[in-house]
Design a protein. Structure first.
Length: 432
């Protein structure tokens, strides 16, 4: 609960025992749009973006990672803030363009890009493709020769394991991501022989969900070391050095916000060194945050549909669950199930507490959103809010599982709400 109250104090508010999101009562949103639903607060996104922009040196570019939350309204908002977009499929590329992003401000990373996807984005002059294997480079070259195009590319590097950290390691071990650092020199030599490729830089991504600024800064320094070696070998400055994402947000008890002041100081010292090096003359440094920008802006709201006791344990059964929010159920990367920050969002003034499990409506024990959590005493009809739900929520969940209706998505800005994704409803012939 401490994290819940910290998040409310930082981004939201309460009045008469009820959560307000962007100045709107949660109960009003639930009444207007139904439950379950995802709510995204624009003001929180803007605060996070502004803080990140103030933390990064001027020669850093921000590319929002579309995979975190690909909704059109969110992409359009970032494009409006002159943010680039990082995509991991041709589908995300199409979403980015539809949201108004110019192709030259789109990066494409990810293993297993198909020839069809590569041709699709190359024909539309994508800004940069991050090569994950020598075979992928050969495919890009062949497509460029066929289309009469020149591809701007960077090499994604799977670094050695000296600097690691975060909730999910992406490098420093055998992985489908990128070129192993120890193979980098040979691969660069092969790339130089392939027509149609303009090698612009490197992409380094070793981990995600990092809350320690020292680990993040150490990874950036490791990336600079590799970039320095590549630029020296090429005998020219690199146009781009992409540090990937990695910036985390607190999800669980004991987690702390990433110290952006200390990160800024580390980056300023780092850039003071870089400015003296000719091989970084004109280099643009890139970060690709996703959850850091949108995670804290989202709240998943579901209604208590049943309250029951089984062999001494009390359960709150919601009308939403893991089919909408796989991450909150612990089935998206957690090794040991830990509870997301959540509470009864229409009973902050309730002094009576109880320890419960919170489950969804699915016919599987995996559909458990919280275990042994102390909350205000809840009744049927009360609202449960799961915080930190703006990233890897609806789009990262098995929405079609058991054919329950999909949830609505709502955008909050200027104390007004907008339905940006209607809830899927059962057609009359399908009603029970």
């Amino acid at each position: 609960m401490d994290l819940v109250f910290e998040l409310i104090k930082r981004y939201f508010s309460t009045l008469s025992g009820e959560l307000f999101i962007g100045g709107i009562p949660a109960s009003s949103l639930a009444a207007q749009y139904g439950t379950p639903l995802f709510v995204y607060d624009r003001n929180t996104i803007d605060r996070k973006f502004t803080l990140l922009r103030e933390t990064l040196p001027p020669n850093f570019l921000i590319y929002y990672s579309v995979k975190a939350n690909p909704h059109h309204a969110i992409l359009e908002h970032f494009v409006g803030r002159d943010c680039g977009l990082e995509v991991a499929s041709a589908g995300e590329f199409s979403r980015a363009v539809k949201a108004g992003c110019r192709p030259e401000k789109i990066l494409f990373a990810g293993p297993g890009k198909t020839e069809a996807e590569l041709e699709f984005v190359l024909a539309r002059d994508i800004g940069e493709i991050h090569i994950e294997s020598l075979l992928e480079a050969q495919r890009i070259s062949a497509i460029c020769c066929r289309l009469g195009k020149r591809a701007r590319v960077a090499v994604r590097v799977n670094p050695a394991g000296e600097v690691q950290g975060g909730a999910m390691r992406m490098g420093g071990k055998p992985a489908p991501f990128g070129i192993d650092e120890e193979q980098l020199e040979d691969v660069l030599g092969h790339l130089a022989t392939l027509p149609g490729l303009e090698l612009r830089g490197i992409h380094l991504f070793t981990g995600t969900q990092i809350l320690d600024h020292e680990i993040l800064a150490a990874q950036y320094r490791r990336g600079l070391d590799i970039a320095r070696r590549v630029a020296t070998g090429l005998q020219k400055p690199l146009a781009t050095v992409d540090f990937g994402g990695g910036l985390g947000i607190p999800y669980f008890a004991g987690d702390r916000q990433l110290d952006m002041k200390c990160l800024r100081e580390s980056l300023e010292a780092m850039m003071a060194e870089v400015r003296k090096e000719p091989y970084f003359s004109g280099t643009r440094f890139i970060v690709e945050p996703g959850r850091y920008l949108v995670g804290e802006a989202g709240i998943y709201i579901a209604r208590v549909n049943d309250v029951k006791t089984s062999r001494g344990k009390k359960f709150l059964v919601l009308d939403g669950g893991m089919h909408h929010h796989l991450a909150a159920s612990g089935n998206l990367g957690q090794v040991i199930k830990r509870n997301f920050p959540l509470t009864v969002i229409d009973k902050f003034n309730c002094s009576e507490k109880e320890v419960v499990d919170i489950v969804g409506p699915l016919c599987t024990p995996l559909d458990t959103l919280a275990r042994d959590i102390e909350l205000p005493a809840a009744n049927v009809g009360d609202l449960i809010g799961i915080f930190q739900s703006g990233a890897y929520g609806r789009s990262a969940s098995p929405v079609g599982f058991l054919s329950h209706p999909a949830p609505a998505e709502v955008w909050i800005g200027d104390q007004e709400s907008t339905l940006i994704q209607p809830a899927e409803e059962l057609r009359p012939a399908e009603r029970c």
